[in-house]
Design a protein around this ligand. Sequence first.
Ligand SMILES: Nc1ncnc2c1ncn2[C@@H]1O[C@H](COP(=O)(O)OP(=O)(O)OP(=O)(O)O)[C@@H](O)[C@H]1O
Ligand SMILES: [Mg+2]
Length: 453
Amino acid sequence: MERLLIVDDSEDIRKQMKWGLAKDYDVSLAANREEAVAFVRKHRPRVVTLDLGLPPDADGTSEGFHTLEEILRLEPTTKVIVVTGNDERESALRAVRTGAYDFYRKPIEIAELKVVIGRAFHIQAIEVENRRLQLAVENKTSQFGGIIGQCPQMEQVFATIKKVASTDVPVFVTGESGTGKELVAKAIHTLSLRKERPFIPINCGAIPENLLEPELFGHEKGAFTGAHVRSQGKVEYAHHGTLFLDEIGELPLGLQVKLLRFLQEKVIQRVGGREDISVDARVVSATNVDIAKAIQEGSFREDLFYRTAVITIHLPPLRERGNDILLLANLFLRRFSEGHNKKIKGFAPATIEQLLNFDWPGNVRELENRVQRAVIMGDAPFLEPSDLGFDGESVVTATAPAIMTLKEARDSVELDLISNVLREQGGNIAKASQVLGVSRPTLYDLMKKHGME
Ligand SMILES: Nc1ncnc2c1ncn2[C@@H]1O[C@H](COP(=O)(O)OP(=O)(O)OP(=O)(O)O)[C@@H](O)[C@H]1O
Ligand SMILES: [Mg+2]
C-alpha cells in the first residue's frame, strides 16, 4: 500500500482521516512540524496532507508554511495537499504558489479528499517517470557533447555524427541560427581519433577580409605592415586536429580559392611566403545561409562546396522538434536553477503549451536565453508564460517576418556594441578590444567599417 502522511494538530481530525483512508493507504500521522519533518526525512512519502494551522500558531498559518517549505526542501517531488479552513482562500493560493500541489478546504469530505489524494499519487508518479526519462536521455546524449534530442530528425543527426566521426571526411553542417551547429562540430571532433588534438574554430564572417587571410593561413615576417614576426594561422594550428570553418558562406571569393587548394592538396602558404606547408586537418564547416542560393548567385564556389560537403548534416529548426522542446526547456531550467540557486519546479501548463507552439526564430539559443531570464526574474514554483516573455502579443510579433536581413541585424548589433564598449572604456582602444575579445587592428577595422572615428 502507498504511504500517506497526514499532518494535523487536532486529534479528532487525525483519527477521522485515518479511519477514512486506512483501507486505501498506509496512513501515518503527525501532530506538528517536528513530527512531520522527521517522518518525511525518514520515509520520503510521495503524498502528504498538511493542515496549515499548527501550534504554536494554531490560529494562523506561519507554522504550516514553515512545515510546507521544509518538506519540499527535503523532498521536492512530494505532493503536499494543504488543508485549510473555509475562509482561508488567500493562504490556500499562497501555499500553491509556495509549491503545494493543491489545497483542500474543510470540512473534510473523505470520499472527495480521496479523489484529490489519488490524483496526487498519479501526478507524482508521472513526474518522477518524466524525470527518469529526462535523465536517461541526457545520459545517452552526453556522449555527443551534450546535444539533447530524441525526435527522429535528431536521431538521424546522432547516427550520422557517429558514422562520420572516425573518418576524415569533410562535413558540412547546415541549420538556422542557434540550432546547434557548433555543438555538432565539436561532437564530431570529440568522437574522432583526433580528440586529443586541437579543435580550432574560426568565424569566417566576423573578420574583415584583409585580416582573414593571415588569420587562416598565417604570415611571414614582413608580409605586410605590422607583420613584425612570422605567425602561424588557424589552419596550421589545427594540424592533426579539426578545423571548424564557421559561417563559411561568408568567406570572400579570393579566400575560397585558397581554401580549395588546401582541401585538394593539403598544403598551405603563409601570407608573404612561398614555401608549401603540409597540414593534416579535418575540416568541418557550417553555415546558416542558403548555400544553394549562394552558389547560384555566384558568391560561393560550387567546387568548394563539393569539397567541403562530402557529408552534409542538417539541423532542423527547433519548432520542428516536437517534444524535444520540453526536454531542452527542462534541461535549461534545471541547469539555471542550480546555477542561480532558485527552487523552480517546472513550467505551468499554459507555458508548456506556448513552448510547444512558439515559432522559435532563434532556435535552441533563444530557448536557452528565455529560460535563463525566466529563472532569474521568476519566483513562482512553476514558470508562467509571462516569465518567458510570452504575453500573447509577443508571440505574434516574434513570428512576424524579419524586418531586416541577418547581415543588417548583425551590423547594427556590432555597431551598438562597439560604441557602447568604447564609451564605457573612455575611448581606450586597448581596453575596448580586450573587452570585445578582438585584436586591436581588428577593432580599428571594425570601426572603419562602421565609419567611426
Ligand atoms: N540539441 C541541443 N542540446 C543542448 N544544447 C543545445 C542544443 N542545440 C543547441 N544548444 C545550445 O544552444 C546554443 C546555440 O548553439 P550553437 O552555438 O551550436 O548554434 P549555432 O547553430 O552554431 O548558431 P549560429 O548559427 O547562431 O552560430 C548553445 O548554447 C548550445 O549549447
Ligand atoms: Mg555557430
